[in-house]
Design a protein around this ligand. Structure first.
Ligand code: HEC
Ligand code: HEC
Length: 197
């Protein structure tokens, strides 16, 4: 089901990307950030508020974090199910326009079932380990650090697994903090960030 929905979204996006290339070729006015970002709404939700637990919300992410992620998807440095193929259809200028658009939205507050004990444990661990970069309990994106407050837990778990399997490259200073923690500590931290309102 989920897979079919993605395929449908991807189909629509490919058509939209083609339409953009044609209009650019004809020397038309460049597409607005909102127009570009419509191509993302099928999966990331309108205004960047994702409705599906495997797709991250983009609302309130910093411009730098979005541009950085898109470049890494495009080059293949960051592993993905779908974004790598998609990112190849856009330029750096498009990434900046999309990043600016989503950065101006308010963080999406999710409703999800979380473990209260883990939330409390994560809250106690985050300050010493993660808060230097994931500031304001993950509500603010600092430079290229993605906002994590209220992000979907399954998405965060998937990304942490990619980091631990060395498939997604962790920033060195983040690895210094993550590596000494137990799997249970990390799980608690993700529950904490997913719970932040
Ligand atoms: C077909 C569904 C789909 C569409 C359309 C889509 N995305 Fe994504 N996006 C995903 C999924 C799934 C992920 C998680 C990485 C992966 O597996 O590809 C993701 C991850 C991301 C991330 C990483 C966020 C983070 O917290 O690190 C960014 C940034 C992003 N997408 C931007 C965009 C932009 C901009 C567009 C519109 C051009 C777009 N996406 C369109 C499905 C989609
Ligand atoms: C030195 C700064 C720094 C520290 C400390 C840090 N992080 Fe990060 N974190 C980052 C940056 C930068 C990224 C995006 C990196 C990339 O492009 O892969 C990131 C990404 C993430 C992501 C993926 C989010 C997404 O939307 O894709 C998770 C999950 C995460 N960090 C968890 C943690 C946890 C848990 C801790 C504490 C144990 C922590 N980080 C400590 C800088 C940091």
């Amino acid at each position: 089901m989920q897979q079919n929905r993605w395929n449908m979204c991807f189909g629509k996006t490919a058509v939209a990307a083609m339409a953009l290339m044609i209009s650019a070729g004809a020397g038309a006015i460049p597409p607005s950030a909102a127009m570009l970002s419509n191509a993302c709404a099928g999966c990331h939700g309108t205004q960047g508020a994702s409705a599906g637990p495997a797709v991250p919300s983009l609302a309130g992410q910093s411009k730098e974090a979005i541009v950085d992620a898109m470049n890494k998807f495009k080059s293949g440095e960051r592993p993905s199910s779908i974004m790598g193929r998609l990112a190849k259809g856009y330029t750096e200028t498009d990434f900046i326009a999309m990043g600016t658009f989503f950065a101006s939205q308010k963080i999406h507050l999710t409703q999800q079932a979380l473990d209260q004990k883990r939330i409390a444990k994560g809250a106690a661990l985050q300050e010493a380990n993660c808060s230097r970069c994931h500031i304001e309990d993950g509500k603010e994106g600092k430079d290229d650090t993605p906002a994590m407050a209220s992000q979907w837990l399954p998405y965060l778990q998937m990304q942490m697994a990619l980091y631990l399997e060395n498939k997604r490259k962790m920033p060195e200073k983040m690895a210094e903090k993550v590596k000494p923690l137990s799997v249970e500590d990390l799980e608690s931290l993700l529950h904490f960030y997913a719970s932040v309102k």
